[in-house]
Design a protein around this ligand. Structure first.
Ligand code: ZN
Length: 430
C-alpha cells in the first residue's frame, strides 16, 4: 500500500492530475464515468460510477442493496488541492543576462521557505481552441523534467538568514525558467514550452491553470523505513486511503451506498463550484435518490441516516516543539488515525461522531488518537463543517498525524496509512 501511495503522489502533482489518477484507478475497478449533463437513470444495487466537476473534484458512488432513503449512505471526504504557486498570465519576467523568471501567485498557505532550492516543474490544465467558444478542449499538462528553481539568497548577503527572514511573495518567490539564447525565444516563451509539451500550436492555446510542483519523488525514510516524505501528503494521503478502502471493500454489492468525495479548493476556503461549499454533491445524491425511483422526500431521510468521515491530515507531536501541542491530547506518529475536536466547531466532530469513529477503528483493530489545539494556538479548519452546511449529515473530522503541514515536503508514518485504509474499509463495509 505504501508503494501504491508513493506512485499516486508522484502521479498527482496538482489537483487536476490527482483527479485523473483517481478516475483511472476507479475505471480499472469497473467504475463508469457519468457525464453530469446527461440524465441519470435506472440505478441498480451494485452500480459503480463517478463524476467530476471542473476536472478538479471527483465523486465516486457504489450503490447499495438498500435505497438511499432506507439506508442513508457512508461517505468519506478529502481534498485534492495543496498549497503551491499559480502561474500568472503574462508570466515571463526578463532580467539582466537574459535570465527569465515566471511571475507567480501563492495558492493556499505554503511554508514559503521550503520552496527554495528545489527542482520544480509545471503541472495543471491547458485550454485549447475549438470552433465552439462555449466548449473549448481541456488537456492536462504534467512536465516531468525539472524546469524551474527558486534560488535562495546567499548567506553572505544576509547574515541574519538563520535568525528568521521575512519573505515577500512577489519578490522572493519567483522561479527561474532559463537563460534566453536567441531573440526568437522572447516571444510567447511559456506558451512555446506548453505547446511543445502538448504537441499543440501556440495559436490554439487560449488559457491555462498551471502550478509549480516539487519534482523530487516521494520516498520512505527512517531506521525501518517507517516514515514517508512527500509533497501534498495533506491531503492526497487521505485521498489515497479513501480510494483504496472503496476499491477493497466487500461485498461487491454493499448493504448501504458508498460515497467517496474528493473536493478542490480546501486550501482557499472551499467556496467554489468544485469545493466542499458547493451544492454539487448534494445535487448528485438527490439525482441518485430520484434515479432509484424514490420520492424527493427520501433524500432528506437519507441525509438523516448517513454518516461522513471528513479526512484531512492532523498535526503530529513534534519532538523539537513539544510546547506547541496540547498538554493531554497530542497524537504521535504511528499510533493511528486522529479525531480532531474544536470547541468553536471548526471541526465536525462531537462526542457522538467521535464515538462512532473510534468504534469503527476498534472493530477494524486499529488504534485511534485524539487531537485538540493548544488553547493559545489557533488551529486550521477543514471540510466537515463546510460540507455540513449543504448536507447536514452526522460526521467526524479526522486525519493522520503528519509533521510540517504545508511544507513543500511533509512527513507521515507508513503505519498510520495502513491503519487508515483498514478503518475506512471497515466503515464502508458496515
Ligand atoms: Zn488539508
Amino acid at each position: 500500500m505504501i508503494d501504491s501511495l508513493i506512485q499516486f503522489l508522484n502521479d498527482s502533482p496538482v489537483n487536476f492530475l490527482a483527479v485523473q489518477s483517481i478516475a483511472q484507478r476507479l475505471e480499472e475497478e469497473g467504475f463508469e464515468r457519468f457525464d453530469a449533463t446527461t440524465p441519470l437513470k435506472n440505478i441498480q444495487p451494485g452500480d459503480q460510477f463517478y463524476v467530476t466537476k471542473n476536472d478538479s473534484s471527483i465523486y465516486a458512488f457504489r450503490i447499495g442493496q438498500q435505497t438511499l432513503g432506507e439506508g442513508g449512505f457512508h461517505m468519506i471526504c478529502a481534498h485534492c488541492d495543496s498549497p503551491t504557486f499559480r502561474i500568472k498570465p503574462n508570466a515571463e519576467m526578463w532580467g539582466e543576462g537574459d535570465v527569465v523568471r515566471l511571475n507567480t501567485e501563492v495558492y493556499g498557505g505554503p511554508i514559503l521557505s521550503t520552496w527554495f532550492d528545489r527542482p520544480l516543474s509545471l503541472a495543471g490544465r491547458v485550454i485549447l481552441k475549438t470552433d465552439d467558444p462555449l466548449h473549448p478542449i481541456t488537456k492536462l499538462l504534467h512536465i516531468k523534467r525539472p524546469l524551474l528553481q527558486i534560488p535562495n539568497l546567499a548567506i553572505h548577503f544576509n547574515r541574519q538568514v538563520n535568525d528568521g527572514v521575512k519573505l515577500s511573495k512577489q519578490k522572493d518567490m519567483l522561479p527561474i525558467l532559463g537563460i534566453i539564447n536567441n531573440q526568437l525565444e522572447y516571444d510567447n516563451l511559456l506558451l512555446h514550452v506548453i505547446g511543445d509539451e502538448l504537441n499543440e500550436e501556440i495559436e490554439d492555446i487560449l488559457d491555462f491553470d498551471l502550478y509549480l510542483y516539487d519534482c523530487t519523488p516521494a520516498c520512505t525514510f527512517g531506521l525501518h523505513n517507517e516514515f514517508i516524505s512527500s509533497g501534498r501528503l495533506d491531503d492526497l494521503s487521505m485521498v489515497h486511503a479513501g480510494l483504496q478502502a472503496l476499491i477493497q471493500a466487500q461485498p461487491a454489492i454493499p448493504e448501504v451506498t458508498q460515497v467517496l468525495a474528493i473536493f478542490d479548493n480546501e486550501e482557499t476556503g472551499s467556496q467554489t463550484k468544485q469545493g466542499a461549499g458547493s451544492p454539487f454533491l448534494s445535487q448528485m445524491l438527490q439525482r441518485i435518490n430520484l434515479a432509484e425511483g424514490n420520492s424527493p422526500e427520501a433524500y432528506f431521510r437519507a441525509v438523516e441516516k448517513a454518516f461522513m468521515i471528513s479526512a484531512d491530515n492532523a498535526h503530529a507531536w513534534h519532538p523539537n516543539y513539544p510546547e506547541k501541542m496540547d498538554p493531554t491530547n497530542h497524537p504521535v506518529m504511528g499510533d493511528g488515525p486522529v479525531i480532531k475536536f474544536n470547541a468553536a466547531q471548526k471541526y465536525a466532530s462531537d462526542a457522538v461522531s467521535a464515538a462512532i469513529f473510534s468504534s469503527i477503528c476498534e472493530k477494524a483493530g486499529v488504534p485511534c488518537q485524539r487531537f485538540v489545539n493548544h488553547s493559545d494556538v489557533a488551529g486550521g479548519s477543514t471540510l466537515g463543517n463546510i460540507l455540513a452546511s449543504s448536507i447536514p449529515v452526522r460526521g467526524v473530522d479526522m486525519g493522520n498525524p503528519i509533521w510540517a503541514m504545508h511544507s513543500a515536503r511533509e512527513t507521515g508514518a507508513c503505519a498510520d496509512h495502513e491503519y487508515c485504509i483498514r478503518a475506512f474499509r471497515q466503515f464502508y463495509e458496515l
